[in-house]
Design a protein around this ligand. Structure first.
Ligand code: ADP
Ligand code: MG
Length: 341
């Protein structure tokens, strides 16, 4: 299979044709998918369109030494679909601008394509077009389109003081996985599980649309840059602050023991580690208990804090304030994740 994917033999148009064949038809919402000058979508009545873009650049967002082609294909789409879902929307389709060096081996492209299209099928989000270019390194730029009931999008600027803060799944696992990969600590099955969380994030795509449809939440964001930074976006856009309970941060099984064995600070990873792609959202004070919401949304949910009128983020263990953490994640100012021990 990989042999007939050699870019040198196929050329640009042969490659596009083989992507088109493997992607399959775009589905009934699309008048036209891959193959014309542009794709054609027939919009639905009573819906707002949601449109996002996210790029993964070799040696900026990923390195071939810490990932594999299939995982990369999965992740390139998953990070975009996570943004669509965090708006409360369901995906309609996506465009892919794929750049790679001329001497790229066919099996690398084939692996990327199969990871990407498997994720697309799982999320019922067809590939409807794109562009294919030569580039000094790999560059994956995806733009995804979704739809949400008119006026129901989950927005960063809709949180209010008194709202409760909830998050799906667990935090810090992806950042721990990356640290393990970079140090070559990937032997035990627990370590491998965190590596997989880094390479193959599984955003809870269903939760945002369910929240929007049920009118349970008005504000949400996917945790891509770390909890403090992403919560900080909701806070600054909504003009509020937050009290967070450190003991309620959801951690995956084995997270604390791997952190202890390898010398990482579990709180730092859970608060600042990026790329978990869990959904962080707020609900009104009188919304149902977290356990009731978890059952209704069919997802693991943790209530981690409450919004206040005072700006900034305050961290607590029980009633004890532990430290101020108003500064969010900054790409240009990384925070040490190792503990001092
Ligand atoms: P044009 O020169 O008009 O931009 P292209 O030759 O670049 O056309 O693309 C031909 C068709 O193939 C278009 O429908 C385009 O959207 C699609 N296409 C190109 N590259 C990709 C890709 N990497 N993935 C999916 N569709 C693609
Ligand atoms: Mg083109």
């Amino acid at each position: 299979m990989a042999r007939n994917f050699e870019p040198r033999e196929l050329g640009e148009f042969g490659l596009i044709e083989s992507i088109r064949r493997r992607a399959g038809p775009a589905g009934r919402r699309w008048v036209l998918g891959i193959g014309d000058d542009a794709a054609v979508l027939r919009p639905a009545e009573g819906r707002d369109l949601v449109w996002t873009a996210d790029a993964l650049i070799e040696d900026v967002h990923f390195r071939w030494s810490t990932t594999d082609p299939k995982s990369l294909g999965h992740k390139a789409l998953a990070v975009n679909l996570s943004d669509v879902a965090a708006m409360g929307a369901r995906p309609l389709g996506f465009l892919l601008t794929l750049g790679f060096p001329g001497d790229t081996p066919g099996r690398r492209l084939d692996g990327f394509r199969s990871g990407l299209l498997a994720e697309a099928r799982g999320a019922a989000c067809p590939l409807v077009g794109g562009d294919t270019v030569r580039s000094p390194g790999w560059s994956l730029s995806i733009s995804a389109l979704g739809e949400v009931t008119r006026g129901a999008a989950l927005r960063r600027d809709r949180a209010r003081a008194g709202d409760r803060v909830l998050v799906t799944g667990s935090l810090g696992g992806s950042a721990l996985g990356l640290q393990l990969l970079e140090n070559g600590w990937t032997r035990t099955s627990t370590e491998k599980r965190f590596v997989r969380m880094h390479r193959r994030p599984k955003p809870p795509y269903e939760v945002g649309p369910r929240l929007a449809r049920a009118g349970l939440s008005r504000a949400a964001i996917d945790v891509s840059d770390g909890l403090l930074g992403d919560l900080g976006h909701i806070l600054s856009r909504s003009g509020v602050g937050a009290d967070l309970q450190l003991d309620r941060l959801p951690l995956a099984p084995g997270f604390r023991s791997v952190c202890a064995a390898r010398g990482f600070d579990p709180d730092a990873l859970a608060l600042r580690g990026g790329e978990d792609h869990q959904l962080l959202f707020t609900v009104r004070p009188d919304a149902p208990d977290a356990s009731v919401l978890a059952r209704r949304l069919d997802v693991r949910l943790s209530e981690i804090g409450v919004l206040r009128r005072e700006s900034g983020i305050r961290l607590f263990r029980g009633d004890t304030r532990v430290s101020s953490a108003s500064e969010g994640y900054d790409h240009f100012k990384p925070v040490p994740l190792r503990s001092d021990k």
